[in-house]
Design a protein around this ligand. Structure first.
Ligand code: NI
Length: 169
């Protein structure tokens, strides 16, 4: 496994459309293993392949609702993911490893159902609520070249960020 370089806002690759994964081979497994290591090292909750420069439809998301699991165990790998249904609404703070230090207020569904394939190509369905639902939406947006800053209702100022972080303590 190896850490991959996380591309940052201003890198044109982040605005591109990713292609479906068709080969569930060693190359894909190495990519996913590297993405896992990169996500954990960056202390994030989700990562999409284009963020490490690979224009393929693969994302990883941490199901932080599963509090009994370790961060490593919380990671869900989703290949060729598609949101098949969503309901409810949540409005809250969102950030991205590719847009370091920037946080915005973004409205997302409260609950989503996602169809995807695992690293061997086997189809599965997974549900997410709260932060996990937000993360599924955010990471899948990356596959179509979209960043949260495009849909943020408001980008938090440094003052507002400090205020919000104080409230969370
Ligand atoms: Ni992101």
């Amino acid at each position: 496994m190896a850490l991959r370089n996380i591309r940052e806002d201003g890198d044109a690759i982040l605005l591109k459309h990713s292609r479906p994964v068709t080969d569930f081979n060693k190359r894909l497994h190495t990519l996913l293993d590297d993405m896992r290591e990169t996500l954990l090292a960056a202390d994030g909750v989700g990562l999409a392949a284009p963020q490490v420069g690979i224009l393929r439809r693969a994302v990883i998301v941490m199901d932080t609702n599963k509090v009994d699991l370790t961060p490593e165990e919380q990671i869900i790998e989703l290949i060729n993911p598609q949101i098949v249904s969503s309901d409810g609404e949540q409005t809250g703070q969102e950030g991205c490893l590719s847009v370091p230090g920037v946080y915005g207020i973004v409205t997302r569904p409260e609950h989503v159902v996602v169809k995807a394939q695992d690293r061997f190509g086997t189809p599965f369905t997974v549900e997410g609520t709260g932060l996990t639902a937000r993360c599924f939406c955010h990471e899948i947006d990356h596959l179509d070249g979209h960043l949260f800053t495009e849909i943020a209702e408001h980008i938090l100022t440094q003052e507002e960020l400090e205020e919000m972080n104080r409230e969370q303590e």
